[in-house]
Design a protein around this ligand. Sequence first.
Ligand code: NAG
Ligand code: NAG
Ligand code: NAG
Ligand code: NAG
Ligand code: NAG
Ligand code: NAG
Ligand code: NAG
Ligand code: NAG
Ligand code: NAG
Ligand code: NAG
Length: 819
Amino acid sequence: MVPRAILLVLSLIGSSVLAQYDNSTDNLRYVDQLIGSANGGNVFAGATLPYGMAKAVADVDSESNQGGFTTENGRVTGFSTMHDSGTGGSPSLGNFAFFPHPACPGDDVNNCVFPKTRRALNYQTDSVKATPGYFGITLSSGVSAEMTTAHHTSLFRFKFPATGNGTNPLILLDLTDLNGSRQDNATVSVDGETGRMEGSARFLPSFGTGTWVGYFCADFKGANIKDNGIWVNSRADANVKDLKINRGINGGALPGGSFVRFSTNPAEGVLARIAVSLISSKQACRSAEAEIPDFDFDTIHTAAESAWREKLAPISVSATGVDASILTNFFSGIYRTMVNPQNYTGENPKWSSPEPYFDSFYCLWDSFRSQLPFLTILDPVALQQMIRGLIDTYEHEGWLPDCRMSLCKGYTQGGSNADVVLADAYIKGLSDSIDWTKGYAAVVKDAEVEPYLWSVEGRGGLDSWKTLGYIPTDDFDYKGFGTVTRSVSRTIEYAYNDFCIAQMANGLGNQADKEKYLERGQNWKNLYHAEQKSLLFNGQDTGFTGFFQGRYANETWHTQDPLWCSSIDPNGNRVCSLQNTGQETFESSLWEYGFYVPGDQAGLISLYGGPAAFIKRLDYLHDQNITYIGNEPSFLTVFQYHYAGRPALSALRSHFYIPRFFSTTHDGLPGNDDSGAMGSFVAMSMMGLFPNPGQNVYLITPPFFESVSIKSPLTGKTATIRNVNFDPTYAAIYIQSATLDGEPYTENWIDHSFFTEGKELVLTLGRNESSWGTRVEDLPPSLSEYVGFGNGTGDGNRTAVVEKRLVRREGMGRVDFAW
Ligand SMILES: *[C@@H]1O[C@H](CO)[C@@H](O)[C@H](O)[C@H]1NC(C)=O
Ligand SMILES: *[C@@H]1O[C@H](CO)[C@@H](O)[C@H](O)[C@H]1NC(C)=O
Ligand SMILES: *[C@@H]1O[C@H](CO)[C@@H](O)[C@H](O)[C@H]1NC(C)=O
Ligand SMILES: *[C@@H]1O[C@H](CO)[C@@H](O)[C@H](O)[C@H]1NC(C)=O
Ligand SMILES: *[C@@H]1O[C@H](CO)[C@@H](O)[C@H](O)[C@H]1NC(C)=O
Ligand SMILES: *[C@@H]1O[C@H](CO)[C@@H](O)[C@H](O)[C@H]1NC(C)=O
Ligand SMILES: *[C@@H]1O[C@H](CO)[C@@H](O)[C@H](O)[C@H]1NC(C)=O
Ligand SMILES: *[C@@H]1O[C@H](CO)[C@@H](O)[C@H](O)[C@H]1NC(C)=O
Ligand SMILES: *[C@@H]1O[C@H](CO)[C@@H](O)[C@H](O)[C@H]1NC(C)=O
Ligand SMILES: CC(=O)N[C@H]1CO[C@H](CO)[C@@H](O)[C@@H]1O
């Protein structure tokens, strides 16, 4: 891909220059928003605040315009204010676009091109500039557009070619979204004198049910208004100030909106301010006036930049010796973890509540694995608000969401993974301002009560779950409805969900629930088919026996090839997602789901024949490309070597994937960023502590930097991981020994108190795998005992090990029991 201006700037910052900024907290210069803006990364590349509702960017008509702008094959159709980042499926949001025309031929407003499909223009490739809080681009018409945002409000600066006054530039506003989902009765009214535009329209969510209504308020400044009015299809009229428009009957929404023309063309450009609201256009106007009162572009831009600088400030890395692209990869990944979800506090029309409200959880199935755990470390205040919002959603809508966007219920992909999100925050000690009693009731409801529509909340098949201990392939479920597929992946995700609930029950002192959910947490065992073999598609035996398999209600086995829906499945037409003809595994294979037992890796290792056989199988999964690092179920598999006593292989594997599959080019992501999930994978892998979400466990690998420090925003204490013998060529990536606060440390994992208590972990590296972190007593907690771990280790004194951990965890106030 052609590097954009920002990449050129970064490459100019040579390592000699970098060295003097080693400990600087200005990490912003390493953020490249265009990473993942092409090749299906679907990243939002524009201007926004952290978790901002206003997200301004140029929208293009490329097929993959999910994030609005992409650098591949698109012409600019407008500049809209609401976006999501990294999502798959239909393009999300893209509401209320502006489009600038330098003039209407013959000065006749009807000669300007209004409909989106016809007005699209190419842009000057080298004009694209994207930095935190800013996006700029120049169209082939010569109009340059710059944009910055406050929380609900975008400010655009359009500079028209200097053709002199009298050419009457025009800005139109389009009642549209990216996917043309507008429903009937959208409205816009223009104030003839001031040019203020107010209106609203109803839209469809991009991966969910129902509809939602967005409101806006737009004002203009900097040039004299000549006239204004409304337009429908290709005709416009300055004498008409109010429009109420139908969807139309021909597929896409009938084009319509408003316009304003200017009689002057100042060199400083025309400013267009637009705020959005989900409550009313009056509320949008109030936000606009409060957030951007003076239309002062530079002030708003600087404030946005500062907000981002502050978010990235707690983390600092030593840049010594490492390529600038490593830093860019890291900080850009971190940046993307705070673009979505979006903070819609004060904008929720569905219920009134003093609780915060976040939206664009798109979806928790993606973000529970490392994005939300990462925010527990870097932005716990925000995560706490998100959790409160999720619990409040349960309070008012009856269920925790699995996926939620634009105030609507999104589709559930597997388990009720909000359970993992809540458990993760709970065991890591997130604030008491979270009502954990209610939070616990919410996860228990997921486990106990089947919703009528488990396609969008909770779980299906709960009768079978409670009686048979698995979701049968031919489940008879008359109580609730959803796509009756994915019986294997749902079973093993439900099992982990219950394991997480058991941990919360334990912390809350509910012994009976702890036992009950611990038991259900082992339901994954019911789908283990010990005789199941796996042949490659050429008929050759993979050599592995024993896989999860679908099972009928009569307890006989269903048959799905363990490699179907894997990344080497040669059948490109296989249906593997949420379609009703889908398989028993969601977006992945029996092979990969075969590792998804996060709470009982020791039990799984035994089932697969002990640590050596487990490693062999895990290697095969990666080496044969069965897993696909571009989809989230792969994340944990990179680090699962830790549980088999080979932490060195996790380090090796993470370097296998990064940067090979995650580079700093526009097409540098292996799949949809999924709201920052991929970004968090990169960030946590590179910082050397990867979470097993839902447990108080981070698996230790050497950071990609000589050192990484993170100041806990909650305690103000700074945790540091330092590599001794750091090798920027990454030949020495094996931990030989470690100390924690100066004391020898042999466990290959660490808990969250590392961050909150500001500890120091020093890792001494070498070029060869060592015995560090390999003994049974060094392994992370697991429900079952580790057995078969060879001489002198498997018989370690478990009681002593457990006691040691209990003592260590006292500071947390809540003890998890997972061993
Ligand atoms: C931080 O960087 C500055 C400038 O290079 C240097 O003078 C200072 O000693 C560094 N501070 C620490 C704590 O490393
Ligand atoms: C157009 O008019 C505005 C306001 O009178 C003035 O500031 C600007 O310089 C003029 N632009 C040109 C290109 O003449
Ligand atoms: C549009 O307005 C009509 C007439 O008031 C009403 O019947 C219809 O339900 C409205 N449709 C939408 C999507 O708001
Ligand atoms: C979310 O928005 C509310 C209301 O504007 C604000 O009070 C809160 O601090 C915001 N949360 C975050 C994490 O920015
Ligand atoms: C079990 O159920 C499956 C699916 O309905 C059916 O094909 C199979 O014949 C049944 N087997 C027995 C032994 O009942
Ligand atoms: C796996 O994929 C990589 C490219 O991503 C390729 O180089 C390698 O040969 C593949 N391995 C197998 C066994 O197909
Ligand atoms: C370390 O590994 C290298 C090859 O990677 C090998 O040549 C060397 O002998 C090893 N050193 C030790 C001490 O095992
Ligand atoms: C354990 O030690 C015995 C005797 O030294 C040896 O034969 C066996 O292979 C060892 N087992 C493992 C798993 O290392
Ligand atoms: C194991 O450790 C516990 C706690 O330190 C101790 O009470 C017990 O005696 C030990 N057992 C053996 C067999 O050494
Ligand atoms: C009206 C419209 O553009 N609909 C599109 C929404 O997105 C889906 C998936 O990308 C398309 O299939 C629709 O055509």
